[in-house]
Design a protein around this ligand. Structure first.
Ligand code: SF4
Length: 317
């Protein structure tokens, strides 16, 4: 039987998201269980490759935590199911979305790699969400295997035909993300193949992304903006390059962002990279917030070998 995740906090944020505005993240899969092991993953390497859906977390506790945030005046553009792996591996996704809809009108998004949409149960549970954001990073089997390093039960054809079927059944928004890596999936033939697959999936939007944050593998290189723009034109239609979060957004939410750093550090000691990953912020932003919190005597650092960890001070003011 699956062992339920013991944690005290399932939510993070709201944090500014380049695609979703202000998003309250809900973490429903333990680190790091996934059907893929993408070379660009900001969470590092997949520690458990799996296609088995499990009841990982206590959804009553998750809903209670979301309700607590709503009661405290939560303002967010989306409540986003994601986590430290693939959220559709959580077998209670549908119940969770129903539960959130009973609590609030804030739309629910699912950030997914889309690999389990060949399953009817995953499609019908995710169809309860207001927006589903799956990924497609390759035009053929060989590139899919290089970029996404799938579980042996997952193929690119299963991914695309699952999403194609979902499009036929789902009337909500599908925003497809394409993650581009310089020299890997950016040549004209690869883009042509991806375009064919995107035409089968028929998403409402296509967002081109690249390695703006530290990836799992250090040799993953970002694609220059002009190449992203050219590929967006090649794909055409609803395709756009994802911009950075508007400059004023982070500033306006600075105090809130520091509170988010505190909430992440209350869960466990973290490196700057862990904070970036947990909150979806840049290294520069994380270092700035941690610096303020250290100056205020709320956070202290500890060196272990070559790695610096940050903790909440037990005697913090
Ligand atoms: S990027 Fe997403 S799909 Fe890929 S390994 Fe990381 S969590 Fe899994």
């Amino acid at each position: 039987m699956a062992k339920k995740k013991q944690q005290t906090s399932f939510t993070y944020g709201p944090v500014p998201s380049r695609r979703l505005g202000m998003s309250l993240g809900v973490d429903i899969v333990p680190p790091k269980i996934c059907t893929l092991d993408c070379v660009y993953c900001q969470l590092g390497r997949t520690t458990k490759s799996s296609v088995t859906r499990e009841d990982f977390v206590d959804i009553v506790a998750v809903l209670a935590e979301i309700k607590g945030k709503l009661d405290a005046g939560l303002k967010a553009d989306y409540i986003t199911l994601g986590g430290s792996g693939e959220p559709t591996l959580n077998s209670r996704v549908g119940d969770l979305i129903d539960g959130i809809h009973k609590l609030t009108d804030i739309p629910v998004a699912v950030l997914t790699n889309g690999t389990l949409f060949y399953r009817q149960d995953v499609r019908s549970e995710c169809a309860k969400a207001d927006m589903v954001a799956p990924s497609l990073d390759a035009g053929d089997k060989a590139t899919f295997e290089v970029v996404n390093r799938p579980n042996r039960d997952i193929t690119i054809e299963k991914l695309v035909s699952g999403l194609e079927q979902f499009r036929k059944e789902y009337t909500g928004q599908i925003w497809l993300e394409v993650f581009l890596i310089a020299g890997v999936n950016t040549d004209a033939e690869q883009v042509r193949l991806m375009k064919n697959l995107i035409e089968r999936i028929r998403p409402d939007k296509v967002h081109l992304n690249t390695a703006v944050r530290p990836p799992a593998e250090p040799n993953v290189r970002a694609v220059p903006r002009e190449v992203l723009d050219r590929i967006a034109q090649q794909i055409g239609g609803v395709c756009e390059v994802i911009g950075e979060a508007p400059a004023g957004l982070s500033e306006r939410h600075e105090t809130r962002a520091e509170a988010d750093v505190v909430s992440v550090l209350k869960r466990r000691p973290c490196t700057i990279e862990d904070i970036c990953t947990g909150l979806g912020i840049t290294r520069h932003e994380a270092a700035k917030h941690v610096g303020h919190l250290q100056a205020a005597g709320i956070v202290h650092s500890e060196q272990r070998g070559e790695v610096t960890y940050f903790h909440i001070r037990l005697d913090a003011p």
